[in-house]
Design a binder for this molecule. Sequence first.
Ligand code: GLC
Ligand code: CA
Length: 537
Amino acid sequence: MTPRTTDWWRHAAIYQVYPRSFADGNGDGIGDLAGVRSRLDYLHRLGIEAIWFSPWYLTPMADAGYDVTDFRQIDPRFGTLAEAEKLIDEAHQRNIRIIVDVVPNHVSNEHAWFLAALDAAPDSPERELFWFRDGRGESGELPPNEWQSIFGGPAWTRVPDGQWYLHLFAPEQPDLNWRNPLVRDEYEEVLRFWFDRGVDGIRVDSAAMCSKDPALPDYDHTVFPDPHPYVDLDENHDIYRGWRAVADSYPDKRALIGEVWLADPARFARYLRADELHTAFNFDFLGCGWDALALRACIDQTLAAHAGVEAPSTWVLSNHDVTRHVTRYGRPDTSTAAGIRQYNPVVDEDLGRRRARAAALLTMALPGAVYIYQGEELGLPEVENIPADRRDDPIYHRTQGKDPGRDGCRVPLPWDESTETYGFGPAGADRPWLPQPTAWAQLNAAAQESDPASMLRLYHTALALRGEEPALGDGPLTWLPAPEKVLAFTRGGGFTCVINLSEAATPLPPNSTVLVASQPLTGALLPPDTGVWLRTF
Ligand code: GLC
Ligand code: CA
């Protein structure tokens, strides 16, 4: 691979491991660090440059590990701290960087701080670390305000002495009070703890929600208020300036990557100013349908917003919170951003996969960094028919199933045909924590590695080219003239990407040779729902 001249986070292809569902080393039905270590060579062959691990810390798993009891311990289901250190080391030996997930908005209700707060009296310093309040109504029987949990139901839970505490997510995830200096100090120590262990970057969970208006005012839930009482408060920027100083105190600077869901690109970009986060996930792109105009507008808007702060863009098609994109793109109506998580009774999976192949070439050719969610390289679809009693996601349960939740994108990966869990666990292992569809037997990684037409091999080819092509990753993009519903751009250096989202085949540009195509090409025509990378002369 040609060494890049820019910092790694400006261009890297980053693979998201959701540890619980990646690979089960000890056979208890739950993915673990031993499983990841046994698959590092797979990731190395895939050609990724960094791994982002969803939380692996001690947790009661009320929200699949996003409810953290102790950031300095690995959950025993996943392994040990010593094993995590080995894993970091083994990844580094393969030139793979490591990003860990830090969750600042809340901790688990089993965290020592919250247990102490429950034992302490109202108005005690222990309670000041969270948002405890008296209720409304004659005897305080009503929650302090009308805020609703993002996972459904009220955002307040009452404790035995009558006070209530705030949780924007599940009741098992009490929100921290970021106005308290102890909270700030503790998180900066947590960052150092992992940076000292060689971690190269931190993914910041729900990064725009930490600060709250201390008046905790009610607001009209049907419109997005400005200002909002807990989304995107100015105080957040102060938190990340502190974190940036920690990251920059390491000679080989470490990266901070925010999960920033904000509709307004200008507000989003403020998190990426020079002394704040290095990059943030771009969810607008993920929310676009398979629609050339919408995608182009989103790309332009994203690049413009990032240019203002000189930060690199990131491109994401799937993650552990949304419907897998093979399924999203296979819906009869993909025109709207609505429903990046919804039931999908009618899906043309072949069409979805065909578009997903083209989308992979699009995202990997765009300026900046690209994220790959485990299993997308296998073309896995969303699993729709998980029985209610096997579903685990609090979103499903707290909405009484109105929202399907996120289990369908978290089903354990199929690796090979060696065991009854398609190689997820060893022979004789316990059943996986979520059931795998039998159709996944055909999608296993080993079979795809030996099939040149597979999704996995497309990812291999594209990632290898992306690593070698100096024009890819960070840098400029120039749109080229193209027919309606066709996206065509050059990245300089004779590199051109064309994606055909129309219903008709479209001619390839003259004087070009094909580097990689998402479908077999016949002659000089690019078929519908197909993408291609070209060398132009
Ligand atoms: C983020 C995570 C999601 C989690 C939530 C609460 O959105 O990606 O999985 O449930 O934060 O921590
Ligand atoms: Ca296990």
